[in-house]
Every structure is written in C-alpha cells, then in structure tokens.
Ligand binder design. Sequence first.
Ligand code: GCV
Length: 676
Amino acid sequence: MKKLLSLFLLLSCLLGPVSAEDGSRLWLRQSTDAHAQITTPRQSPTLNIAVRELKQAWKGLPVTLVLKKDKQLSSEGFRIRQVNGKLTVTSPSETGLLYAAYHLIRLQEMQNFGKPSETDQEITENPAYDLRILNHWDNLDRSIERGYAGKSLWNWEELPGTLSDRYEAYARANASIGINATVLNNVNASSKILSAEYLEKVKALADIFRPYGIKVYLSINFASPMQLGGLSTADPLDKDVIAWWKQKAKEIYRTIPDFGGFLVKANSEGQPGPCDFNRTHAEGANMLADALKPYKGIVMWRAFVYSPTDADRAKQAYLEFQPLDGQFRDNVIVQIKNGPVDFQPREPYSPLFGAMPRTPQMVEFQITQEYLGFSNHLAYLAPMWEEFFDFVKPSSLKAIAGVANIGTDTNWCGHPFAQANWYAFGRMAWNPSLTSGTIAEEWLKQTFFDASNPKHAPIAYEIHNMMMESREAVVDYMMPLGLHHLFAWGHHYGPEPWCDVPGARPDWMPSYYHKADKQGIGFDRSHTGSNATAQYPDSLCRLYDDIRTCPDEYLLWFHHAPWQHTMQSGRTLWDELCYRYDHGVQQVRSFQKKWDLAENYIDAERFKDVQSRLKIQARDAVWWKDACLLYFQEFSGMRAPYEVERPIHELDDLKQVKLPIDNHECPTPKMLNERR
Ligand code: GCV
C-alpha cells in the first residue's frame, strides 16, 4: 500500500492543476471543438441535435446518418458500421439516430471505438424496453417527496411563459442514456395537474422534450372527477365519471398530441382509488385505459398497496393483485416496486413478478436514496438492480421505471456520485444485461477520469471498487442480514429501531419488522409465521422457508432466528450482526482513504464535496451501528466480539435525537453535528 501511495504522489505532481467543475455537466463533459464531418438525410429538430452533438464532440471518422427500416432494428434501435474508413449509422427512426450519436460519443470517451482501425467494425443496439421512464415525485409547490437535491426542476409558476435552460439540459441528459419518458409529478398527485391551466404548462415542457425523444406522462389523482370536475363520485363504473375522463383525455391530446398516459397510485397510503367505491383495481385501471385507448395512451397502475390489516405487509400487493391477473386491458401495465415492502437497502424481489402471466408488468426502482442515506451517502445502486435481475428475467417485463433523484441543485443530484445512479438507471433500462461494473466504469471515465490518460487508470480502479462496494456497505451499517425498516419516523434518514409513536399504524413501526425479543430477532415469514415464503416459486419457497438453507442476507427477512443461531460463517447470529455493522463502518472509512487518493487527479470542487459527504457518511455509519447494536443488545444480553469497535454513544442519548427535517429535505452537516 505504501508503494502505491508514493506512486500516486509522484504522478500527481506530474499532472498539474485540474480545471474547475461544478458537476452541472454530468457525464457529458466531452470537449466541443471537434468539427467532425457529418452527413444527414434531412433537417429536423431531432436530427439537428444529433448532428450538433456529433459535430461538436466526435473526433473520429466521417459519419453518415441513414434513416432506414431494418429487420434487426426495433424502432429506436441503431447500427453503426465502419467500412472503408467511414462510419454509417442506420436506424428506422430519428430518435434511434440520436441515440447512436450519444453512443458513439460515449465510446469515444471510453476510448474504444471510432478511431480508424484496420478491421471493419459493427455495433447493433436495440433497447430492451420500449418504455424507459423516470418518475418524478415532484409536487406543484416545487417540493419533492423524498427529493434531496433541491427543488423541483419544473417551475410551475413561471411556466409556460418562462422556460428555464435546464429543461432542455434535462432532456439532453436523459436522451444521452436512452431514457425516453418522464412522469412529471408526484404519485401522491394533486388533481390540479389536469386543469386547463396546468396542461398548458405541461405542453410547454413536452414541446422541449419531444426532439430528444422524450414523452410526457402525468400522475393522476383518482378522485379528480370530484375534486376538479365537481362530480359527486369518482366510481369508475359511473357513467358521468367515465364521460369526464373521456373528455379529459380528449382535452389532453388536443393540447399534447403525443402524451404518453397516466401513472396511478390508488388506495395506497391514503390516496383515493376504485376500492373506495367497492370496485377493484382492474376496474379502476380499465376505465382510465379505455379513455386513453383512442390516442394510444397507457396506464401504469401501481401495485404498492398495503393496509393496516393483520396480513403481513410484505404479502399484501400479491394478495390484492395476483387474483386480478388477466383482468386488465392491454394498455395497462402493473407497476411493481422491486421488493415486497418499500425500497429497503436490501429486499428479496417482490413475488408478484412472474405471478401474473396474463398481465403486463413493469418494475419500479428508486433512484432517489430515500432509504440509503439521501444525498449524504455514497451508494451506487446498480448492483442492487442487477441483483433484482438475477431473480426476475428482464424479458418478463414490459417496461422499467425509476423514481428520479434530480432537482435544482447545480450538480442535479446533490451527491456527485448520485449522478451515477441516474446514469445507471438509463443504461440498465436500455440494456439490463450490462453489468453494474461496466456501467460504473463508463460513468467514471466520462465524469471524473480521463480514459486516454494512463496515469488515471490506477486511481480510477480504486474509485471503481469503492462504488462497487458502496451499496453493500450501506446494507451492513444500516440493516444487515435481512433486517429492514429500522428507520426514524417520517424522514427515513437515521436509525430508530426503538421507535414507538402512540396511535401510529403498527406497520410503520420498526418493531413490526425486527420483532426483537429475548429469544431472537427477525420476522417469521416461513410456514410457521406469515407464510410469505409460499408466494415464491417452489424452489425459492423451499430455500427461504428453511432456516438452515435461507441465505444469510435474507435470514431476518424470513425468520425469527435465535441469537445463538449458527450462521454460514460459523458465528452466532449475534456475533455476525456485530461483525456486519462493524464491517459497514470500516468500509466507509476505507472509502474515505480511497477518495483521498483522487485529490490531485480531479477538480478541487467535486473532490471536496465528496470528501465532506464521506465524513458525514462515516459518522452516520457509526450512529447506525451504535444505535442498532446497543438497542438489540438489550434483548440479546450478549457482549460484542472483542474485535468489534466499541460504541461511542449512549443509547439514551441516541434515543433523544430528532432531526428537524421533513420528507423532502436532506439533513445538513450542521444539523448532524448538533445531533451528537
Ligand atoms: C410517494 C414510500 C415513501 C412515500 C412514497 C410511497 C410510494 O412509502 O415513503 O413517500 O410516496 O412510498 O411509493 O407511493
């Protein structure tokens, strides 16, 4: 290690100063002085962008863009062919050619295509899904539910008259990674978004996004016919309600002819829905689908439902939706969160995937880090999504959605490394078989390091490792071994395994999930408990149901295991828990060291920003470890193994910590310092 360090120091002296950066250029930092020779079949808003991007950035062979149908290319697919010292780019659509332009530039930044080569080369790309969509949880007052990067980009008050430059920059960034759709507003939706006044504002955004191949969708409030239309009901079988939605759809498409459709959160966490009128989710979704059908619009109907009944929360989406298989119209897609509870640092996949063979399904990932340290913690999420695709075949899904982590912060996402999650979502939505490691490498080379500079390689390697280990580190210091939902009430930032809010829903309390007692810890979801294991296909059901075969990472998700239970490592459960928490803390410390190695290779602004966020993360990791181990120790009555770092907090002090934040704020360093 010492040798490595001196090598870094030597290299950094040779490198000289690095230019200033504020992160606003994201991964699109290529120089713009290329003046390449580009031939285009015609002028159009989309092709003009493709040509502009290539002319500015492409330094390789002359490029000819060709619009042509091809059996091997889907509508947004493309082929890049190098023959006799020229590149020909073919696609059936203008958007496909735009994607090809960004692909070429990306490859150039990666240093692995486009230079004259002796042999001819060919690349064919088709997106895995036709719909690759961001979900913004943005409210009309510009707050963002679970948003940690400033305010909403959409300045509703100024729209449609004033158009921020950021709107086009947003569209460009998305197009560069293949994202082709966006839901502008929160799923906890205000019916106002469907008013004539707001539709004009939405149209202004849609007009800016269109040349970049991005369609606009809206979250709707199911009670809009009552709240906006003055009807006495929102019953989906009521003829006036049906007529109201049909009329509204007509109005929307008159304003925005290529409008994509609706996203609906119904009968979930207090939102209105068809069940309020004794109708099923299918009846509600189908009524909306019928209204949108003449215009080729779709409905994304969320399966995130759970009520305060006796049924295990993790089972409820399955119980409610699985029996409705085959009852939805063909322009409805059921949108399901990756796990059965709620975007925890680690969950098994939701068993609803694959359980509705006659219903199109899509996955909802959360890019914003509601449960992974907000924009204070470095957590690269692609390994988590990759883990999901280990269980759910990408081809079994119709589409893919990601809850956006974007806001008005100069660097868009708060934490400079949170940009990698936006990037990774787009790349995986285009091609879910790309590995998280490949995507991290792409992103790092475009965002921080120079692939053409061999001196950058060793440090890029270290930072790549840091990214790849980061999500597992968060799991370890927050909720290892299948623990989940130990979060503080309301804001979900810090630990509160003891949380007990009088009168609150039991399934919003951490004790509902950890069930710690003198005997052990964990939620028994095996056949002796809630039997959630039975919702999984046979082989997995058997694996998870038996405490002897259940993988360690899901143990406490599926079992209430005795403190003395022998883990795969041979340790007792209690010792393993201590080691895991400790390991998470040590990992963050190692990230701090790794990051320091980057100091002389990248700009000072982003270096310092990440460095200070890692300090917060390191302190938070200790906070999590101390809070959880001290609290659970009261039940286990066991001492931490000798090697494990001792707590630096008193449990009683930690129980007093209350961060003064809402569900759309990130705690500042000052707030966090005052906590101790
Ligand atoms: C938009 C979780 C979040 C809520 C979110 C909800 C959902 O419960 O904490 O903020 O609401 O999921 O996905 O609908």
